[in-house]
Design a protein around this ligand. Structure first.
Ligand SMILES: Nc1ncnc2c1ncn2[C@@H]1O[C@H](COP(=O)(O)OP(=O)(O)O)[C@@H](O)[C@H]1O
Ligand SMILES: [Mg+2]
Length: 377
């Protein structure tokens, strides 16, 4: 097994063409499950294909373990790749598909037989070994593609959107099976997806990309709770984070986030940090995730508290529409020109057109520089 290191990796598909991968630097640890996530066209597949040796590197270095791979042909990289379209050999049986790579490596016949059968058992495709790919469902084909990869015991697995062709239910099931497979094999995996849920649930770490550039690398928790910029904050999380433009003005006890309609006190820690960084009187963007938006208990609103004095005029929102999503209800609100989504339990009901006083959890407010869109740490 081995880790993978990418050093100042660039890729352009034509001589004077634009770079579609730009200065990608990443250390993937031995045994890690690294997910590349980002919108279509951001360079995920290109990066993965360079690791596989299917695309040439324009500049930069790729290491698998301690070895420089730039000029090593794909066959000698000791990797196995699983594609979205499975790429099975249509005229071979499932057994032959799985055995193919082992035969190329001149493994002994009996050993091939044992290995294919053992791995087929793990993937629950043992009963399909004599079938042809066209006689299989999509999910079964994907299992065969996985099986063909794991029999080879490669140093690194590369997977490019392997679940995209499956229906939603099967996708969720295969997700957990791949996680389980990784736990058992403890082999380094690089997994590409455009689906943020897949990234969040599968990755030990996630690498978020946009326009060929890495935006942030971190654990799912890091990325969700402390996104590096507005792009990451918005791309990760469903329903997406709420953004409100406003200005930071001083008030009693610290900074307040002001818009035309509200003034919200920051947490003492945030207030201090933003003051220290010179954000007093500056325009910023507030980010707040839908689960940290709530509705004030109107009955308790009369009680004097630090939030109830003159300096805090609260945000009010009108219910535009609601969506029931399993255990959650997404409440779409309008506060003047601002749109907000609140995640509420499904059992709470909201009348369209009703207006409520909104409470944003100060401990989970994020602030972004309006010009650079970077998170203000
Ligand atoms: N073989 C190719 N020739 C020219 N341009 C390509 C080729 N493959 C991908 N691209 C371009 O490179 C960019 C990144 O593509 P890709 O790595 O496939 O993105 P992703 O996998 O994130 O959707 C896109 O703009 C795409 O159009
Ligand atoms: Mg792709």
């Amino acid at each position: 097994m081995a880790g993978v290191s990418l050093r100042h990796l660039y890729k352009s598909y034509s001589k004077n063409g634009p770079y579609v991968v730009k200065d990608v630097n990443l250390d993937i640890r031995d045994g890690e499950f690294m997910v590349f996530v980002g919108p279509s066209g951001c360079g995920k597949s290109t990066t993965l294909r360079m690791v596989a040796g299917l695309e040439r590197v324009t500049s930069g270095e790729i290491y698998i373990g301690p070895e420089l791979m730039n000029n090593v042909p794909p066959k000698k990289r000791d990797i196995a790749m699983v594609f979205q379209n499975y790429a099975l050999y249509p005229n071979m049986s499932v057994f032959e598909n799985m055995a193919f790579g082992l035969r190329l490596r001149k493994m002994e016949k009996h050993a091939i037989d044992t290995s294919v059968k053992a791995n087929a058992r793990t993937l629950e495709i043992e009963h399909l070994l004599q079938r042809r790919p066209r006689q299989l469902s999509g999910g079964q084909r994907q299992r065969v593609a996985l099986g063909r990869a794991i029999v080879r015991h490669p140093q690194v697995f590369l997977m490019d959107e392997p679940l995209s062709n499956l229906d939603a239910r099967l996708r969720v099931q295969m997700r957990s099976e791949i996680i389980e497979l990784h736990r058992r094999l403890e082999t380094t995996m690089i997994y590409v997806t455009h689906d943020q849920t897949e990234a969040m649930t599968m990755g030990s770490r996630i690498c978020v990309m946009k326009d060929g550039l890495i935006q942030q690398v971190g654990t799912p928790e890091d990325i969700y709770l402390t996104p590096a910029n507005m792009f990451v904050a918005n791309f990760i999380g469903s329903p997406p984070i709420n953004f409100i433009e406003g200005r930071l003005l001083p008030g009693k006890g610290g900074l307040y986030f002001h818009t035309a309609r509200c003034a919200l006190p920051l947490s003492p820690g945030k207030s201090e940090t933003l003051l220290r960084q010179g954000y007093r009187d500056k325009a910023v963007v507030l980010g707040i995730r839908p689960e940290y938006v709530g509705i004030a208990n109107e009955a308790a609103a009369g009680e004097a508290g630090p939030d109830a004095d003159d300096e805090t005029f609260q945000l009010r929102g009108t219910v535009h529409f609601t969506e029931l999503v399993g255990a959650d209800r997404y409440v779409h609100l309008r506060a003047g020109d601002d749109k907000l989504v609140m995640r509420a339990p499904a059992y709470e009901r909201f009348e369209e057109g009703s207006t409520h006083r909104l409470v944003l959890n100060a401990g989970f407010m994020l602030f972004f520089n309006k010009d650079t869109q970077e998170t203000i740490a």
